[in-house]
Design a protein around this ligand. Structure first.
Ligand SMILES: Nc1ncnc2c1ncn2[C@@H]1O[C@H](COP(=O)(O)OP(=O)(O)O)[C@@H](O)[C@H]1O
Ligand SMILES: [Mg+2]
Length: 403
Protein backbone atom coordinates (compact mmCIF):
# COMPACT_ATOMS: atom_id res chain seq x y z
CA UNK A 1 0.00 0.00 0.00
CA UNK A 2 1.36 3.36 -0.93
CA UNK A 3 1.07 6.45 1.22
CA UNK A 4 -0.37 9.29 -0.77
CA UNK A 5 -1.32 12.86 -0.20
CA UNK A 6 -4.71 13.46 -1.80
CA UNK A 7 -5.18 16.86 -3.27
CA UNK A 8 -7.99 18.90 -4.83
CA UNK A 9 -7.30 22.01 -6.85
CA UNK A 10 -9.44 24.94 -7.94
CA UNK A 11 -8.38 27.40 -10.60
CA UNK A 12 -10.75 28.99 -13.14
CA UNK A 13 -7.79 29.85 -15.39
CA UNK A 14 -7.19 26.88 -17.70
CA UNK A 15 -3.56 27.74 -18.42
CA UNK A 16 -2.41 28.19 -14.85
CA UNK A 17 -4.49 25.18 -13.74
CA UNK A 18 -2.76 23.07 -16.38
CA UNK A 19 0.68 24.20 -15.24
CA UNK A 20 -0.14 23.58 -11.57
CA UNK A 21 -1.48 20.15 -12.48
CA UNK A 22 1.61 19.35 -14.49
CA UNK A 23 3.82 20.16 -11.53
CA UNK A 24 1.74 18.15 -9.07
CA UNK A 25 1.28 15.13 -11.30
CA UNK A 26 5.02 14.72 -11.43
CA UNK A 27 5.22 14.08 -7.69
CA UNK A 28 5.01 10.43 -6.83
CA UNK A 29 3.19 10.81 -3.57
CA UNK A 30 0.63 13.37 -4.64
CA UNK A 31 -2.63 12.05 -5.91
CA UNK A 32 -4.73 14.62 -7.70
CA UNK A 33 -8.13 13.67 -6.34
CA UNK A 34 -10.14 16.40 -8.06
CA UNK A 35 -9.75 19.51 -10.14
CA UNK A 36 -12.30 22.24 -10.39
CA UNK A 37 -12.60 25.28 -12.65
CA UNK A 38 -15.27 27.13 -10.67
CA UNK A 39 -14.89 28.52 -7.16
CA UNK A 40 -18.61 28.10 -6.44
CA UNK A 41 -18.46 24.32 -6.90
CA UNK A 42 -15.26 23.77 -4.97
CA UNK A 43 -16.71 23.30 -1.47
CA UNK A 44 -18.95 20.51 -2.77
CA UNK A 45 -16.03 18.91 -4.56
CA UNK A 46 -13.98 19.01 -1.36
CA UNK A 47 -16.80 17.57 0.73
CA UNK A 48 -17.27 14.73 -1.71
CA UNK A 49 -13.64 13.86 -2.25
CA UNK A 50 -12.30 14.64 1.26
CA UNK A 51 -8.76 15.53 0.15
CA UNK A 52 -5.87 16.09 2.55
CA UNK A 53 -5.02 19.35 0.82
CA UNK A 54 -7.10 21.93 -1.04
CA UNK A 55 -5.05 24.09 -3.37
CA UNK A 56 -6.81 27.38 -4.16
CA UNK A 57 -5.40 29.46 -7.02
CA UNK A 58 -6.70 32.96 -6.35
CA UNK A 59 -5.57 35.10 -9.28
CA UNK A 60 -8.76 34.64 -11.34
CA UNK A 61 -10.87 36.30 -8.63
CA UNK A 62 -9.11 37.10 -5.35
CA UNK A 63 -12.33 37.98 -3.49
CA UNK A 64 -14.01 34.69 -4.41
CA UNK A 65 -10.77 32.85 -3.77
CA UNK A 66 -10.54 34.27 -0.24
CA UNK A 67 -14.15 33.35 0.41
CA UNK A 68 -13.58 29.78 -0.68
CA UNK A 69 -10.57 29.49 1.64
CA UNK A 70 -12.84 30.42 4.57
CA UNK A 71 -15.63 28.05 3.50
CA UNK A 72 -13.41 25.02 2.97
CA UNK A 73 -11.61 25.61 6.29
CA UNK A 74 -14.93 25.88 8.09
CA UNK A 75 -16.63 22.91 6.49
CA UNK A 76 -13.65 20.59 6.51
CA UNK A 77 -11.15 21.54 9.20
CA UNK A 78 -9.05 18.41 8.59
CA UNK A 79 -8.22 19.61 5.08
CA UNK A 80 -5.22 21.94 4.86
CA UNK A 81 -5.87 24.84 2.52
CA UNK A 82 -2.94 26.17 0.50
CA UNK A 83 -3.26 29.37 -1.51
CA UNK A 84 -1.42 30.09 -4.75
CA UNK A 85 -1.38 33.72 -5.85
CA UNK A 86 0.79 36.18 -7.73
CA UNK A 87 -0.33 38.94 -5.37
CA UNK A 88 2.30 40.38 -3.06
CA UNK A 89 -0.16 42.62 -1.23
CA UNK A 90 0.14 42.24 2.48
CA UNK A 91 -3.60 42.67 2.99
CA UNK A 92 -4.41 39.76 0.64
CA UNK A 93 -1.88 37.49 2.32
CA UNK A 94 -3.15 38.47 5.76
CA UNK A 95 -6.77 37.88 4.79
CA UNK A 96 -5.97 34.47 3.30
CA UNK A 97 -4.23 33.43 6.52
CA UNK A 98 -7.08 34.80 8.65
CA UNK A 99 -9.52 32.83 6.54
CA UNK A 100 -7.63 29.69 7.44
CA UNK A 101 -5.00 29.18 4.71
CA UNK A 102 -2.04 27.20 6.03
CA UNK A 103 0.34 28.51 3.39
CA UNK A 104 0.46 31.37 0.89
CA UNK A 105 2.50 30.31 -2.13
CA UNK A 106 3.64 32.50 -5.00
CA UNK A 107 2.51 31.88 -8.55
CA UNK A 108 4.22 30.55 -10.66
CA UNK A 109 4.50 27.80 -8.10
CA UNK A 110 7.95 26.35 -7.63
CA UNK A 111 8.25 22.72 -6.73
CA UNK A 112 10.64 23.38 -3.83
CA UNK A 113 8.19 25.91 -2.36
CA UNK A 114 5.36 23.43 -2.58
CA UNK A 115 7.42 20.65 -1.00
CA UNK A 116 8.65 22.98 1.73
CA UNK A 117 5.04 24.00 2.48
CA UNK A 118 4.04 20.36 2.79
CA UNK A 119 6.94 19.77 5.09
CA UNK A 120 5.90 22.68 7.34
CA UNK A 121 2.33 21.39 7.48
CA UNK A 122 3.70 18.02 8.49
CA UNK A 123 5.56 19.57 11.38
CA UNK A 124 2.51 21.47 12.59
CA UNK A 125 0.20 18.47 12.32
CA UNK A 126 2.68 16.00 13.70
CA UNK A 127 2.53 12.38 12.74
CA UNK A 128 -0.50 10.20 12.90
CA UNK A 129 -0.68 7.38 15.35
CA UNK A 130 1.49 4.42 14.48
CA UNK A 131 3.57 6.41 12.02
CA UNK A 132 7.27 6.69 12.36
CA UNK A 133 9.25 9.85 11.81
CA UNK A 134 10.11 10.49 8.19
CA UNK A 135 13.85 10.01 7.81
CA UNK A 136 15.75 12.95 6.52
CA UNK A 137 17.92 12.57 3.43
CA UNK A 138 21.62 12.09 3.74
CA UNK A 139 24.14 13.24 1.21
CA UNK A 140 27.59 11.70 0.93
CA UNK A 141 30.15 13.21 -1.38
CA UNK A 142 33.12 11.13 -2.47
CA UNK A 143 36.22 13.19 -3.20
CA UNK A 144 39.68 11.93 -4.09
CA UNK A 145 43.19 13.05 -3.20
CA UNK A 146 44.53 11.84 -6.57
CA UNK A 147 43.32 10.28 -9.82
CA UNK A 148 42.35 6.61 -9.70
CA UNK A 149 42.24 6.33 -5.90
CA UNK A 150 38.88 4.57 -6.02
CA UNK A 151 36.20 7.27 -5.70
CA UNK A 152 33.82 5.95 -8.32
CA UNK A 153 34.18 2.35 -7.23
CA UNK A 154 33.37 3.42 -3.69
CA UNK A 155 30.49 5.72 -4.69
CA UNK A 156 28.79 3.09 -6.82
CA UNK A 157 29.29 0.21 -4.41
CA UNK A 158 28.22 2.26 -1.41
CA UNK A 159 25.04 3.14 -3.28
CA UNK A 160 24.35 -0.50 -4.14
CA UNK A 161 24.95 -1.57 -0.53
CA UNK A 162 22.56 1.09 0.78
CA UNK A 163 19.95 0.19 -1.84
CA UNK A 164 19.85 -3.36 -0.45
CA UNK A 165 17.71 -2.12 2.38
CA UNK A 166 14.16 -1.84 1.01
CA UNK A 167 13.51 1.16 3.23
CA UNK A 168 16.24 3.15 1.48
CA UNK A 169 16.00 4.91 -1.85
CA UNK A 170 19.40 5.78 -3.24
CA UNK A 171 20.71 7.89 -6.12
CA UNK A 172 24.23 8.47 -7.40
CA UNK A 173 25.05 11.79 -9.06
CA UNK A 174 28.04 11.53 -11.38
CA UNK A 175 29.57 14.97 -11.00
CA UNK A 176 32.76 14.01 -12.81
CA UNK A 177 31.29 15.91 -15.75
CA UNK A 178 34.07 15.27 -18.26
CA UNK A 179 35.39 11.80 -17.55
CA UNK A 180 32.85 10.24 -15.18
CA UNK A 181 32.34 6.50 -15.52
CA UNK A 182 29.71 5.58 -12.94
CA UNK A 183 27.54 4.38 -15.84
CA UNK A 184 30.21 1.80 -16.75
CA UNK A 185 30.35 0.45 -13.20
CA UNK A 186 26.58 0.04 -13.24
CA UNK A 187 26.39 -1.13 -16.86
CA UNK A 188 23.84 1.54 -17.66
CA UNK A 189 23.28 3.17 -21.04
CA UNK A 190 21.54 6.37 -20.10
CA UNK A 191 18.92 8.16 -22.18
CA UNK A 192 19.14 11.35 -20.17
CA UNK A 193 21.92 12.92 -18.19
CA UNK A 194 22.60 15.70 -15.73
CA UNK A 195 22.85 17.97 -18.78
CA UNK A 196 19.15 17.48 -19.61
CA UNK A 197 18.33 18.28 -16.02
CA UNK A 198 20.46 21.43 -16.09
CA UNK A 199 19.01 22.61 -19.41
CA UNK A 200 15.49 22.30 -18.10
CA UNK A 201 16.24 23.59 -14.66
CA UNK A 202 13.67 26.37 -14.66
CA UNK A 203 10.80 24.08 -15.53
CA UNK A 204 12.19 21.11 -13.75
CA UNK A 205 9.58 18.93 -12.17
CA UNK A 206 9.67 15.45 -10.76
CA UNK A 207 8.48 13.76 -13.92
CA UNK A 208 11.42 15.20 -15.84
CA UNK A 209 13.88 14.57 -13.05
CA UNK A 210 12.77 10.96 -12.74
CA UNK A 211 13.11 10.42 -16.46
CA UNK A 212 16.69 11.63 -16.20
CA UNK A 213 17.59 9.00 -13.63
CA UNK A 214 18.28 5.43 -14.67
CA UNK A 215 17.57 2.61 -12.24
CA UNK A 216 20.03 -0.20 -11.73
CA UNK A 217 18.64 -3.60 -10.86
CA UNK A 218 20.15 -3.39 -7.37
CA UNK A 219 17.69 -0.58 -6.75
CA UNK A 220 20.06 2.41 -6.92
CA UNK A 221 19.44 5.22 -9.42
CA UNK A 222 22.05 7.07 -11.43
CA UNK A 223 22.07 10.65 -12.70
CA UNK A 224 24.88 10.30 -15.27
CA UNK A 225 27.43 12.81 -16.54
CA UNK A 226 26.73 14.45 -19.95
CA UNK A 227 27.22 12.21 -22.98
CA UNK A 228 29.35 14.66 -24.97
CA UNK A 229 32.24 16.77 -23.83
CA UNK A 230 31.47 20.46 -24.19
CA UNK A 231 33.52 23.56 -23.55
CA UNK A 232 30.95 25.10 -21.27
CA UNK A 233 30.19 23.63 -17.84
CA UNK A 234 26.80 21.98 -18.14
CA UNK A 235 25.64 22.81 -14.62
CA UNK A 236 26.46 25.64 -12.24
CA UNK A 237 26.53 25.50 -8.42
CA UNK A 238 23.11 27.12 -8.05
CA UNK A 239 21.54 24.64 -10.48
CA UNK A 240 23.24 21.78 -8.67
CA UNK A 241 21.82 22.96 -5.35
CA UNK A 242 18.36 22.98 -6.91
CA UNK A 243 18.75 19.47 -8.31
CA UNK A 244 19.92 18.27 -4.90
CA UNK A 245 16.91 19.87 -3.19
CA UNK A 246 14.55 18.08 -5.54
CA UNK A 247 16.32 14.74 -5.20
CA UNK A 248 16.31 15.04 -1.43
CA UNK A 249 12.54 15.04 -1.49
CA UNK A 250 12.54 11.60 -3.09
CA UNK A 251 15.68 9.80 -1.99
CA UNK A 252 16.88 8.80 1.47
CA UNK A 253 20.52 8.75 0.30
CA UNK A 254 22.33 10.76 -2.36
CA UNK A 255 25.89 9.88 -3.26
CA UNK A 256 27.88 12.38 -5.28
CA UNK A 257 30.95 11.20 -7.16
CA UNK A 258 33.25 14.18 -7.72
CA UNK A 259 35.90 14.85 -10.32
CA UNK A 260 39.44 15.45 -9.09
CA UNK A 261 39.24 19.18 -9.65
CA UNK A 262 38.10 21.49 -6.89
CA UNK A 263 35.91 24.14 -8.50
CA UNK A 264 32.89 26.02 -7.10
CA UNK A 265 30.73 23.11 -8.28
CA UNK A 266 32.61 20.55 -6.19
CA UNK A 267 32.58 22.93 -3.21
CA UNK A 268 28.81 23.38 -3.59
CA UNK A 269 28.36 19.61 -3.56
CA UNK A 270 30.47 19.28 -0.42
CA UNK A 271 28.61 22.09 1.34
CA UNK A 272 25.30 20.41 0.54
CA UNK A 273 26.58 17.12 1.98
CA UNK A 274 26.38 15.61 5.43
CA UNK A 275 29.60 13.69 4.95
CA UNK A 276 32.54 14.06 2.58
CA UNK A 277 34.64 10.94 2.18
CA UNK A 278 38.12 12.01 1.11
CA UNK A 279 39.66 8.94 -0.50
CA UNK A 280 43.43 8.46 -0.62
CA UNK A 281 45.94 5.67 -0.97
CA UNK A 282 49.00 5.27 1.22
CA UNK A 283 51.52 6.86 -1.12
CA UNK A 284 53.45 10.08 -0.85
CA UNK A 285 51.78 12.15 -3.59
CA UNK A 286 48.34 11.14 -2.30
CA UNK A 287 49.07 11.95 1.34
CA UNK A 288 50.66 15.25 0.38
CA UNK A 289 47.44 16.14 -1.46
CA UNK A 290 45.37 15.14 1.57
CA UNK A 291 47.33 17.65 3.64
CA UNK A 292 46.89 20.37 1.00
CA UNK A 293 43.19 19.65 0.60
CA UNK A 294 42.55 19.62 4.36
CA UNK A 295 44.33 22.96 4.68
CA UNK A 296 42.20 24.35 1.88
CA UNK A 297 38.95 22.99 3.35
CA UNK A 298 39.86 24.53 6.71
CA UNK A 299 39.66 27.93 5.01
CA UNK A 300 36.27 27.15 3.47
CA UNK A 301 32.99 27.47 5.26
CA UNK A 302 30.89 24.39 5.92
CA UNK A 303 33.24 21.68 4.64
CA UNK A 304 36.07 20.87 7.03
CA UNK A 305 33.86 19.33 9.73
CA UNK A 306 32.28 16.96 7.22
CA UNK A 307 35.51 15.44 5.95
CA UNK A 308 36.33 11.85 6.79
CA UNK A 309 39.56 10.43 5.42
CA UNK A 310 39.24 6.99 3.83
CA UNK A 311 42.35 4.99 2.97
CA UNK A 312 41.69 2.74 0.01
CA UNK A 313 43.57 -0.30 -1.27
CA UNK A 314 45.24 -1.00 2.03
CA UNK A 315 47.98 -3.60 1.61
CA UNK A 316 48.52 -2.77 -2.08
CA UNK A 317 52.30 -2.77 -1.93
CA UNK A 318 55.01 -3.56 0.57
CA UNK A 319 56.37 -0.08 0.06
CA UNK A 320 53.20 1.59 1.28
CA UNK A 321 53.52 4.22 3.97
CA UNK A 322 52.35 2.87 7.35
CA UNK A 323 49.02 3.95 8.79
CA UNK A 324 50.76 5.47 11.81
CA UNK A 325 52.98 7.53 9.59
CA UNK A 326 49.97 8.57 7.49
CA UNK A 327 48.05 9.77 10.57
CA UNK A 328 51.15 11.67 11.67
CA UNK A 329 51.50 13.28 8.24
CA UNK A 330 47.91 14.38 7.78
CA UNK A 331 47.27 15.21 11.45
CA UNK A 332 43.86 13.66 11.44
CA UNK A 333 42.41 10.25 12.20
CA UNK A 334 41.80 7.84 9.38
CA UNK A 335 38.10 7.18 9.46
CA UNK A 336 38.03 4.03 7.34
CA UNK A 337 40.36 1.56 5.67
CA UNK A 338 39.31 -0.40 2.63
CA UNK A 339 41.38 -3.46 1.72
CA UNK A 340 43.01 -3.98 -1.65
CA UNK A 341 41.24 -6.69 -3.66
CA UNK A 342 42.10 -6.07 -7.23
CA UNK A 343 40.50 -9.15 -8.80
CA UNK A 344 37.09 -8.62 -7.19
CA UNK A 345 37.09 -4.91 -8.02
CA UNK A 346 38.18 -5.27 -11.61
CA UNK A 347 35.75 -8.09 -12.33
CA UNK A 348 33.00 -6.04 -10.78
CA UNK A 349 33.84 -3.09 -13.03
CA UNK A 350 34.35 -5.12 -16.20
CA UNK A 351 31.07 -6.95 -15.73
CA UNK A 352 29.22 -3.82 -14.66
CA UNK A 353 28.03 -5.75 -11.62
CA UNK A 354 28.30 -4.31 -8.08
CA UNK A 355 30.45 -5.99 -5.45
CA UNK A 356 27.46 -7.17 -3.43
CA UNK A 357 26.54 -9.37 -6.40
CA UNK A 358 29.99 -10.05 -7.82
CA UNK A 359 31.81 -10.81 -4.58
CA UNK A 360 29.30 -10.75 -1.71
CA UNK A 361 31.60 -12.49 0.75
CA UNK A 362 34.82 -10.65 0.04
CA UNK A 363 36.52 -8.51 2.69
CA UNK A 364 36.23 -5.59 0.31
CA UNK A 365 32.44 -5.86 0.12
CA UNK A 366 32.16 -6.31 3.88
CA UNK A 367 34.31 -3.25 4.45
CA UNK A 368 32.03 -1.12 2.26
CA UNK A 369 28.96 -2.54 4.01
CA UNK A 370 30.42 -1.60 7.39
CA UNK A 371 31.37 1.82 6.11
CA UNK A 372 27.77 2.37 4.96
CA UNK A 373 26.53 1.49 8.44
CA UNK A 374 28.99 3.75 10.17
CA UNK A 375 28.21 6.88 8.14
CA UNK A 376 24.44 6.39 8.04
CA UNK A 377 23.19 8.83 10.67
CA UNK A 378 19.69 7.61 10.29
CA UNK A 379 19.76 3.93 9.39
CA UNK A 380 16.53 2.33 8.29
CA UNK A 381 15.20 -0.36 10.56
CA UNK A 382 12.42 -1.61 8.33
CA UNK A 383 11.97 -5.28 7.82
CA UNK A 384 13.90 -6.48 4.78
CA UNK A 385 10.91 -8.54 3.68
CA UNK A 386 8.58 -5.59 3.40
CA UNK A 387 7.92 -4.19 -0.06
CA UNK A 388 10.07 -1.23 -1.04
CA UNK A 389 8.67 2.03 0.24
CA UNK A 390 9.80 5.37 -1.05
CA UNK A 391 10.74 7.91 1.51
CA UNK A 392 7.40 9.47 2.19
CA UNK A 393 7.35 13.16 2.80
CA UNK A 394 3.60 12.87 2.69
CA UNK A 395 3.15 9.88 4.96
CA UNK A 396 1.54 12.10 7.58
CA UNK A 397 -1.23 12.93 5.16
CA UNK A 398 -1.88 9.39 4.10
CA UNK A 399 -5.40 8.20 4.46
CA UNK A 400 -4.16 4.68 3.90
CA UNK A 401 -5.78 4.55 0.49
CA UNK A 402 -4.07 2.57 -2.17
CA UNK A 403 -3.96 4.09 -5.64
N1 LIG B 1 39.84 -1.47 -2.85
C1 LIG B 1 40.29 -1.71 -4.09
N2 LIG B 1 40.98 -2.82 -4.36
C2 LIG B 1 41.47 -3.03 -5.59
N3 LIG B 1 41.32 -2.23 -6.62
C3 LIG B 1 40.63 -1.09 -6.43
C4 LIG B 1 40.07 -0.77 -5.16
N4 LIG B 1 39.43 0.41 -5.27
C5 LIG B 1 39.58 0.81 -6.55
N5 LIG B 1 40.30 -0.08 -7.25
C6 LIG B 1 40.68 0.00 -8.66
O1 LIG B 1 41.24 1.27 -8.90
C7 LIG B 1 40.87 1.73 -10.18
C8 LIG B 1 40.44 3.16 -10.10
O2 LIG B 1 39.24 3.26 -9.35
P1 LIG B 1 38.14 4.38 -9.60
O3 LIG B 1 37.06 4.09 -8.66
O4 LIG B 1 37.79 4.48 -11.03
O5 LIG B 1 38.96 5.66 -9.13
P2 LIG B 1 38.60 7.21 -9.27
O6 LIG B 1 37.14 7.34 -9.45
O7 LIG B 1 39.08 7.82 -7.98
O8 LIG B 1 39.38 7.73 -10.43
C9 LIG B 1 39.77 0.83 -10.69
O9 LIG B 1 40.24 0.11 -11.78
C10 LIG B 1 39.46 -0.10 -9.57
O10 LIG B 1 39.29 -1.40 -10.03
MG1 LIG C 1 36.04 8.24 -11.04
Amino acid sequence: MKSVCRLAIVDPNDTSRASLKHLLLGIDMVWLEAECSRYEFFTDVVMQTQPDIALVAMDADPAQGLAIVARVTQEMPTCSVLVVSSSTEGSVILQAMRNGAKEFLNYPLRLEDFLAALHRIQQIHGLREGETEVRSSQIYTIAGAAGGVGCTSLAVNLACVLAQNPANSVAVIDLDLSLGDADVWLDIIPDYTIQDVAENITRLDYALLKRSLTKHECGAFLLPRPIHLEEATPINPEELRRVITLLKATFTHLIIDLSKCISPLELAAMRASDTVLLVAQLDLPGLRNVVRLLQFFDRQEGISEKIKVVVNRLGLEETQISLTKAVETIGREIFWQIPNEYAAMVESRNNGVPLITQAPKSKLTKSIQQLALSIDKNPATENQDEPKKSKSLFRFLSSGSSK
